[in-house]
Design a protein around this ligand. Structure first.
Ligand code: ASP
Length: 328
């Protein structure tokens, strides 16, 4: 029986049996001195059906660009895409009409940078890299991040498009604030790249929850939650309800599970099941993860149906359907 239909038939009744953590025996623990770097060519994976973004990263890797610069190239495509209402320019505003962006990056050396609640700057993943490389800090917020961006010559752009403004004005007639992320309304870009040298790095960029409270920050700028990379093991990135990803420190959890010997797929499944275990059977929000390990293996898992991810390798850019645990 296919895993998906098996889960559909048995999930609620036997949730307990599905979510028993996998025990690791000494024999399935990897010996890292033996971990070989991926020999099948560089890989880029990203959340959702971001064909152009992932192709941009994949081609950059093929032309010898390093993993971090390639991941940022993918993020930049969606940051400029005015039709994506969850990233960059055209992102949905907070309840007061301000578009505020969160982003982070992590490289193969374990260095990282992050920006939160940034207004008027499109390329926040690149800005997060600048925080990492040009300041003694990891994280800069709001006006501080914006003045840093100005000092580096980043262009000032009004991120609120006419279309997003109209949707927000329509929403504000009732101003119903229900911070639920369902499968239709989130498109954060999270990217993981492995370059020709076998180094892994990642980037994550979002405008967060539509009509969020002013000052709300999600998982996408929190190292360990929205993104985590350990070049010895692999990396993971998240999309979906940031509050729940933060509570379980999801991306760090996945990388640590891979360190213990879980495959990327099993590690993503376990991170999703941790959320389901805490919430019971009435999980009405979406969370999804993608992961890549040092051997070039990929995994992905989501709470609800509807999440897909992209994988680019050897000139092929594929959209891949993902395991989900609740069929509703
Ligand atoms: N994870 C993002 C956040 O909570 C939202 C998303 O993935 O769409 O800010």
């Amino acid at each position: 029986m296919k895993r998906r239909s098996f889960l559909g038939k048995t999930l609620i009744g036997s949730l307990a049996t599905l979510i028993v953590p996998k025990a690791l025996s000494a024999s399935n623990k990897p010996n890292f001195s033996e971990v070989i770097k991926n020999e099948k060519g560089p890989i880029s994976i990203c959340t959702w059906n971001f064909v152009k973004a992932n192709a941009a990263a994949g081609k950059a890797l093929e032309s010898d660009l390093d993993a971090l610069s390639s991941a940022i190239k993918a993020a930049e495509v969606e940051e400029l895409n005015d039709k994506n209402t969850t990233v960059g320019y055209g992102g949905a505003p907070d309840r007061e009409g301000n578009v505020t962006l969160d982003a982070c990056v992590m490289d193969h050396k374990g260095d990282c940078g992050s920006v939160v609640a940034v207004q008027n700057i499109v390329h926040v993943a690149a800005l997060a890299r600048d925080v990492m490389e040009k300041t003694p800090h990891v994280m800069l917020a709001a006006e501080g991040a914006e003045s840093f961006a100005k000092s580096l010559g980043y262009k000032q752009t009004n991120l609120l498009t006419e279309e997003s403004k109209e949707s927000w004005l329509e929403w504000s007639k009732n101003s119903k604030y229900k911070p639920i992320i369902n499968i239709e309304n989130h498109d954060t870009i999270g990217v993981l790249c492995m370059d020709k040298k076998g180094n892994i790095a990642g980037a994550c960029s979002t405008s967060g929850l539509s009509y969020k409270m002013k000052g709300r920050v999600g998982d996408s700028s929190i190292i360990g939650s929205g993104l985590y990379v350990d070049n010895e093991i692999g990396g993971a990135v998240a999309t979906g309800m940031g509050e729940e990803i933060i509570k379980t420190v999801g991306s760090f959890l996945i990388v640590e599970l891979m360190r213990q010997g879980y495959s990327p797929q099993d590690a993503c499944d376990e991170a999703i099941q941790r959320i389901i275990r805490k919430q019971g059977e009435h999980v009405d929000f979406q969370v999804a993860y993608i992961a890549l390990d040092k051997q070039g293996r990929v995994g992905s898992s989501s709470i609800h149906k509807g999440f897909t991810y992209m994988k680019y390798q050897n000139g092929e850019n594929k959209n891949i359907e993902v395991n989900n645990f609740i069929n509703s």
